[in-house]
Design a protein around this ligand. Structure first.
Ligand SMILES: [Zn+2]
Length: 243
């Protein structure tokens, strides 16, 4: 055969395509293909296309229309392909009832988190100091604490945490397993109303969830605290017993 470009006849094209498919079906999950892909990806890594190459490529791709048959073939070829990380995570979430990680993995993560806290206490202390006042991006010039009333102090907050067994009321995360102390949430969202019946301990993650669906969360906490501690509420208001 002489050097140059050749146009295959339809018959030969079909034959080539059939052989390709056959080869792919037989080999797509083999080590040989995996090795080849690895080599390819290594070879392509860090390769930079020249401007000329880019333009050429974009011209080739532009306006390319896939025939119905080609699309169908693409979809067949795509089936059974190794899925990406994002897809894997999405799948495992589905399988785990929306839990991103299995219980075993979560336990492992917890242990490594605890180890990190134990080995790096200064990291968190420094971070805490940095995030105080002006160091915090959310700092509003000293007014952010004003809406809270004077009884909402560290003693009061600690009293609530102790009442709740130092556990997040929503997810049960224990304070000792967390990077920071539990937040104290105002059940009726009135930060000036700091009484034990209106406050509960939450981890930072759950606390952030309570910023929306407020009516849902008011009812949720009121019924939870009623069940746990016998507090009474009516029409979202606390009912205090008069002795
Ligand atoms: Zn929580």
């Amino acid at each position: 055969m002489e050097k140059g470009s050749y146009r295959h006849s339809e018959k030969i094209k079909k034959e080539i395509s059939r052989r390709h498919k056959e080869w792919w079906e037989e080999n797509r999950n083999t080590q040989k293909v995996k090795d080849r892909n690895k080599k390819l990806s290594l070879a392509l890594k860090g390769r930079k296309m020249s401007e000329e190459q880019k333009e050429k490529r974009s011209k080739t791709l532009k306006g390319r229309i896939f025939t119905e048959e080609h699309k169908k073939n693409l979809s067949i070829a795509g089936k059974g392909r190794i899925i990406t990380w994002g897809q894997k995570i999405a799948k495992s979430r589905e399988n785990n009832n929306n839990n991103r990680h299995s219980n075993k993995t979560r336990e492992k993560m917890k242990q490594s988190r605890l180890l990190f806290i134990k080995n790096n206490p200064e990291f968190f202390n420094e971070h805490r100091e940095r995030m105080k006042g002006k160091g915090n991006p959310a700092w509003l010039g000293g007014i952010s604490y004003e809406p809270y009333d004077k009884t909402f102090n560290e003693d009061f907050k600690e009293q609530i945490r102790n009442r709740d067994n130092k556990e997040c009321l929503i997810c049960g995360l224990q304070e000792k397993d967390s990077f920071r102390k539990l937040d104290i949430h105002h059940i009726d969202y009135n930060k000036k109303f700091s009484v034990i019946q209106n406050c509960g301990s939450l981890c930072a993650s759950c606390h952030s969830k309570t910023t929306i669906n407020r009516n849902h969360w008011i009812l949720f906490f009121q019924s939870l605290l009623n069940e746990k501690y016998g507090y009474n509420y009516s029409d979202n208001k606390i009912v205090l017993e008069v002795c």
